[in-house]
Write a protein that binds this ligand. Structure first.
Ligand code: PMP
Length: 420
């Protein structure tokens, strides 16, 4: 029968097994922080496309910029052609984001996905330094293509490549050995020790708040000493801001609070402002070493996505309102979750995060899974992360209304109470 055939899309997303976490409904509409299924049931979205929808679903201002551009016969796909969409994006990004931070970067558009930016960065760092290995961190996540997987810690993801992908040296991330241990000292030691077996790497790649790895924020001091170590050894510092960037932690870049200046910054997910795929590598001008054509690709810097990215910058980054809101809402989120954790003290639940990137560590994947399932039944979409899938990841749109946020937290609280 048809329902037994290969073409029965039981999970609605695809008919292969790798789409493992399917929600048991078909989503048809979305606006702001609300998703709606085909029966008209509403769900509060605390997942936001894993931070690809920082400004919520279908922001009317961003959408109308896209519609206007489509009706104007603007160039959508133009390979390396210069377009007003590209120029406007770069000029505005420079004015609104880079200059106020005292940063100066060139723009390499690198294809649609975050992993494309990671691959490009690893390639560029090797070309610049003539060195091969890259230092990456425990619990780091950088994507599923071979190069990105090589610097991704989680064994489950790495095993998907059949043979373990190579090229990375994994070091302990901030907090890996407890709160008072500066793990950069260890890195410093092994790099200085000729008998450690760790060759001088081309680059260090990291997230300042690890997303898929369990919402692990690095401290300002740790990031600063890592930067010093990179400078001392002429190692490129690559910040993967694909999930934590674009305002998620309060500032546009997640590393601003640490006063560091990475050599390469990677952005994707929320960059286009509305979920269109767009990926960008920002590089210090002295590392612009690729010859014409050395790093190319068909789908780089899609003009429609650049139009929406520009609209998002204009709407949300021309004043400090969004940043302030993220810091305030982030505090509300964490405080409320602390209360939830405390009122279930014997279940060993803890809270961590920065800005509106917050994790509820439930100690076990089983408990976290149960809470997520119950929350969905009551109308809240959340996901899990961490090595054991034990952390509930909270990434509501940065623009979420207070009332909807509180309603989502009420649902989560109820799910926790009934699961522990
Ligand atoms: N880096 C980080 C920090 C990410 O969170 C992700 C996606 N979750 C990626 C890279 C890979 O991005 P993509 O899935 O778009 O390839």
């Amino acid at each position: 029968s048809i329902s037994n055939s290969l073409f029965a899309f039981e999970n609605h997303e695809s008919n292969v097994r790798s789409y493992s976490r399917s929600f048991p409904v078909v989503f048809t509409k979305a606006a702001g922080a609300i998703l709606e299924d085909e029966n008209g049931c509403a769900f509060i979205d605390f997942l936001s496309g894993a931070s690809a929808l920082n400004y919520g679903h279908n922001d009317p201002h961003i959408l109308s910029a896209a519609v206007e551009y489509l009706h104007s016969n603007g160039v959508i796909h133009g390979l390396d052609m210069a377009t007003p969409a590209k120029r406007e994006f770069m000029e505005l990004f420079d004015d609104l984001i880079l200059r106020p931070c005292g940063l100066s970067y060139k723009f390499q558009f690198v294809g649609p996905t975050g992993a494309n930016a990671v691959e490009a960065a690893l390639k560029l760092a090797r070309k610049v330094t003539g060195r091969h290995s890259v230092v990456s961190f425990t619990n780091g996540y950088h994507g599923v293509s071979l190069g990105a997987l090589a610097v991704t810690g989680n064994r489950y993801f790495r095993n998907a490549a059949g043979l373990p992908p190579s090229g990375a040296v994994f070091m302990p991330y901030d907090g890996y050995w407890g709160p008072d241990q500066d793990t950069t000292e260890y890195l410093d030691k092994v790099l200085a020790d000729g008998s450690s077996g760790v060759d001088l790497p081309a680059a260090v790649i990291l997230e300042t708040v690890q997303g898929e790895g369990g919402i692990n924020p690095a401290s300002r001091n740790w990031l600063q000493s890592l930067e010093r170590l990179c400078r001392k050894n002429e190692i490129l510092l690559i910040i993967d801001d694909i999930q934590a960037g674009c305002g998620r932690t309060g500032d546009f870049f997640s590393f601003e609070f640490a006063d560091i200046s990475p050599d390469i910054v990677l952005l994707s997910k929320s960059l286009s402002g509305c979920g269109l795929p767009l990926s960008l590598l920002l590089l210090k001008p002295e590392f612009d070493v690729w010859q014409p054509g050395e790093h190319s690709g068909t789908f780089r810097g899609n003009n429609l996505a650049l139009v929406t990215a520009t609209a998002a910058l204009r709407k949300y980054w021309t004043n400090e309102k969004l940043s302030k809101g993220v810091v305030e809402t982030g505090c509300i989120l964490r405080e409320r979750l602390q209360e939830v954790a405390q009122s279930n003290r014997n279940s060993n639940i803890t809270v961590r995060g920065r800005g509106m990137m917050v994790g509820l560590d439930c100690s076990t994947g089983k408990l976290a899974g149960e809470i997520v399932r119950k929350a969905f039944e009551d109308g809240l979409v959340v996901e899990r992360c961490g090595a054991e899938d034990q952390v509930i990841k909270l990434l509501p749109p940065l623009t979420i209304e207070r009332q909807i946020l509180q309603r989502g937290l009420d649902i989560l609280e109820k799910s926790v109470h009934s699961s522990v």
